[in-house]
Design a protein around this ligand. Structure first.
Ligand code: SF4
Ligand code: SF4
Length: 399
């Protein structure tokens, strides 16, 4: 057996088939189909890797339906490295037995987001595509931004506390310019200088999860090089999906540079909660109910979700509450909401209902994919702004 399959099987064989993960799996909750559960998927991988099952569309389907939310990993008593297992399966099988339309869509999304010109063109097409289905995330895209105005150094005002690199990710200009503007406006005022390297690229998550490990690793190497060139106290991410991937670069490369970068990565809320002393905050009061959504990547990989509430509770007058479906996936999962739209929207229903039941004045979430998906789900049902927590803090900070 080839070494890649051996290590795949070694991971899969850690599963004791207890099924404790199944109730936490969004696709299993939707379908009640064992093949759509973590345990079922692991069994399919074992069957394929040992040659007992062929790679058919029926085997591949449930493995492509997985959102890689990692809810199963978070509760697994046997510590099965589930996401590594699925990423390796997808890398070994590539695009084989995947429907042509799904292959084309996956490739178009990944290539489009990696190339700014294509992304801008795609963005324009979506802006005018009034006939696209209601409820789709692309219907809720906010105004786009100009990265040229972000690149370079943004020195700290006053007494400097730290100097950090800012990781933009491939969706910032197309879909999350407001968060970049908020970070570039707020952090220097709090005493944090920022460097925004021009040559940074996509974190590689989309390619990794689509089975294109070679492209993912090339993107990772580029970011390791770009951020490694600078003396930085931290590397800040603001889309928790990207932060989670950067944190795990050390799992994909054994180099010291990868370890150094991963050790410096912090999601922006964690960075602010840890590094900014009380006396630097001067937030205007806000009499509002703020509901906090925790993206799976922030919860299951970064494990820093409580920092968001810690920060928001600094706002005088604000009532901060965590979304009661804590621990559930909203269905966004990066490009999943585009490539598996029906399942993504079905999974979202529970989260949207829970938001509506709370009637918040704001919904905050730390991942742009979740924000777009939830914003689209709320469209036509309630007028609740869905924003990144740092946008709210930047608006309220008075100095
Ligand atoms: S990663 Fe999420 S969708 Fe995939 S099997 Fe685990 S819980 Fe289910
Ligand atoms: S909880 Fe872990 S060991 Fe149990 S079935 Fe799920 S993946 Fe396997």
């Amino acid at each position: 057996m080839n070494p890649a399959l051996e290590s795949l099987l070694a991971d899969a064989d850690l599963c004791v088939k207890c099924g404790l993960c199944s109730p936490h799996c969004p696709t299993y909750r939707q379908t009640a189909d064992e093949n759509e559960s973590p345990r079922g998927r692991i069994a399919l991988i074992q069957g394929w890797a040992t040659g007992r099952l062929s790679l058919t569309a029926a085997l591949r389907g449930p493995l492509d339906d997985c959102l890689l939310c990692r809810n199963c990993e978070a509760v697994c008593p046997a510590k099965v490295p589930y996401s590594r297992l699925v990423d390796r399966f997808r890398a070994e099988t590539g695009q084989r037995r995947k429907p042509l339309a799904a292959r084309a869509l996956s490739s178009a999304v990944r290539k489009g987001l990696r190339h700014p010109t294509l992304a801008k063109l795609g963005r324009r097409m979506l802006d005018v595509a009034g006939h696209l289905p209601a409820g789709a995330a692309w219907k809720s895209l906010p105004p786009s931004g100009n990265p040229e105005s972000w690149y370079g150094d943004h020195p700290a005002a006053g007494d400097p506390l730290a100097h950090a690199g800012l990781f933009l990710g491939c969706t910032a200009a197309v879909a999350d310019a407001a968060t970049v503007t908020a970070i570039l406006g707020l952090l220097p005022r709090l005493g944090v200088g920022l460097s925004v390297p021009r040559n940074q690229v996509c974190c590689g998550a989309m390619d990794l999860h689509a089975g294109d490990a070679a492209t993912a690793h090339a993107l990772m190497s580029r970011n390791i090089e770009v951020f490694g060139e600078r003396p930085l106290d931290a590397v800040i991410g603001f889309a928790s999906g990207c932060s989670a991937t950067l944190l795990e670069y050390r799992c994909h490369s054994e180099t010291r540079a990868a370890e150094t970068l991963s050790s410096k990565v912090q999601d922006v809320s964690r960075f602010l909660a840890d590094r900014i002393p009380e006396e630097r905050w001067d937030l205007a009061p806000l009499e509002a109910r703020i509901l906090v959504h925790h993206p799976c990547s922030l919860r299951n990989v970064c494990k820093t979700e409580s920092s968001v509430e810690t920060l928001l509770r600094r706002i005088p007058g604000a009532e901060v509450k965590t979304l009661p479906v804590k621990g559930r996936c909203c269905g966004a999962a990066g490009s999943y909401m585009i490539e598996h739209r029906r399942m993504a929207e079905a999974i979202r229903t529970e989260t949207v209902d829970a938001i509506l039941a709370q009637s918040p004045d704001y919904l905050v979430t730390s991942n742009i994919g979740c924000a777009l998906h939830l914003r689209a789900g709320l469209q036509g049902r309630a007028d609740i702004p869905v924003i990144h927590p740092v946008q709210l803090l930047a608006r309220l900070q008075r100095v």
